[in-house]
Design a protein around this ligand. Structure first.
Ligand code: AMP
Ligand code: GLY
Length: 424
């Protein structure tokens, strides 16, 4: 079978890597991919949201399954276009992708179907929004409605910060039309976890739990990023809490999808805040989390191709999913300056040492090849992912691996997974 993966980050490298382990997969293509992906798959130069070119590629190359990595092609309707032409694709259609593409839609959906989430109100007028912040007080959370590459959420600790955020989104239009509406939300205190499920709208298969590290610096300090590291499993999601999430969040969510006539076939990522032992939804994403996909796929024992194909075909109930007992930790290495403007073009050394390591895999995110050398080309550069008999061992393995890697200005957090280790 031939598979096309759409995307170019650490998540897509992990997807390609895991798909290639299936005996049924003969060849994987990736659009557009990165330097690491090009070592194991064929990268093709098509942009992730160029729906027409992607469809043409799939037709002329007899691709059996397309797997969509990031949210942008999903909200652009890549799945709708593929389904119209009877091409097999993993991911939700445009309607389903609104769960991530519009935060207002997602919150209204949660309210309508009784899914626990922070109290909120929607605004299109700057003055009304400012008035509401004054009324509610700080801390408070301000969110742009549309996609903003992970930068559209501001947890404001002071009134000035809240006003700045509203100004940036609504007046300066820092995220363009994504800022036509804003959500103002109660600030929840607690611990976050990432809970992903696979669904074909009839069957729900929960994936292994994980936890991300959103802030750039140790101790959860500094600005939010796409994610600086993740581990799986996440001890904060106890068996009892998982049952609660399935009952209070996933069950009404599935009911809501049915009522709204959304035939969802893909992954739903539920960003959960655990407050006093109870789960609340922070956000829905309509794709695998990044970096969470990296440790999760390192732990997956089942045939990933079978799982994704069955989901796309509406036969998920026929497939079993199993996990390795080991834990996995992924530490992201980023470029100097990230999440602000960052350096590029730095030569990365030490990558060859992991080629035959069975416990460590270095997933590439922002990398490219320049004059035969692998160089940095993005904010998040690598996801060093290691297995171990428990989280502590996996963490030690990941950090030992990082010692061998070098590029100028590299940055990584030193405390990935510490929260989980303290809990055990
Ligand atoms: P989102 O993209 O909605 O997940 O928001 C990004 C990050 O902002 C989350 O991972 C949380 O760390 C934080 N956040 C979002 N909503 C809230 C909230 N209501 N209360 C506290 N923190 C939040
Ligand atoms: N790591 C968070 C996300 O993928 O949205």
């Amino acid at each position: 079978m031939k598979v096309l993966v759409i995307g170019s980050g650490g998540r897509e490298h992990a997807l390609v890597w895991k798909l290639l382990q299936s005996p049924r997969v003969d060849k994987v293509y990736c659009a557009p991919g990165n330097a690491g992906i090009s070592e194991i798959a064929e990268c093709i130069d098509i942009k992730t949201d160029d729906v027409e070119a992607l469809l043409d590629f799939v037709k002329y190359n007899w691709i059996d399954l397309t797997v969509v990595g990031p949210e942008v092609p999903l909200t652009a309707g890549v799945v709708d276009a593929f389904i119209k032409e009877e091409r097999r694709i993993f991911g939700p259609d445009k309607k389903g992708a609104r769960l991530e593409g519009s935060k207002v839609f997602a919150k209204d959906f949660m309210r309508k179907y009784g899914i626990p989430t922070a109290e909120y109100k929607t605004f299109t007028s700057y003055l009304r929004a400012e008035e509401y912040v004054r009324l509610k007080g700080v801390p408070i959370v301000i969110k742009a409605d549309g996609l903003a590459a992970g930068k559209g959420v501001i947890v404001a600790e002071t009134f000035d910060e809240a006003r700045e955020a509203l100004k940036m989104i609504m007046k300066d239009r820092a995220f363009g039309d994504a800022g036509r509406k804003v959500l103002i939300e109660k600030c929840l205190q607690g611990e976050e976890a990432s809970f992903m499920i696979l669904t074909d709208s009839k069957t729900v298969v929960p994936l292994a739990t994980s936890q991300d590290h959103k802030r750039i610096f140790d101790g959860d300090k500094g600005p939010n990023t796409g994610g600086m590291g993740a581990y799986s499993p996440a001890p904060v999601v106890t068996e009892g809490l998982e049952k609660d999430i399935m009952k209070k969040i996933v069950a009404p969510m599935m009911k809501g999808l049915k009522k709204e006539r959304i035939d969802y076939r893909g992954v739903i990522y539920v960003g959960v805040m655990v407050c006093d032992g109870k789960p609340y939804v922070l956000e829905f994403n309509v794709r695998f989390g990044d970096p969470e996909a990296q440790p999760i796929l390192a732990r997956l024992d089942s045939d990933f191709f079978d799982l994704l194909k069955a989901t796309a075909e509406g036969r998920l109930k026929e497939v079993k999913v199993s996990w390795r007992d080991e834990a996995a930790v992924c530490v992201v290495i980023s470029s100097k300056g990230y999440p602000g403007p960052y350096e590029k073009g730095k030569t990365i050394k030490g990558l060859a040492s992991f080629k035959n390591d069975k416990d460590v895999v270095v997933f590439h995110a922002g990398t490219s090849i320049h004059k035969g050398k692998i160089v940095t080309a993005g904010g998040r550069v690598l996801g060093v992912t290691a297995l171990g008999k428990d989280i502590e061992t996996a963490k030690d393995n990941a950090y030992a691996a990082i010692e061998k890697i070098h590029f100028d200005g590299m940055h990584y957090r030193k405390d990935i997974a510490d929260k989980a280790i303290k809990k055990n």
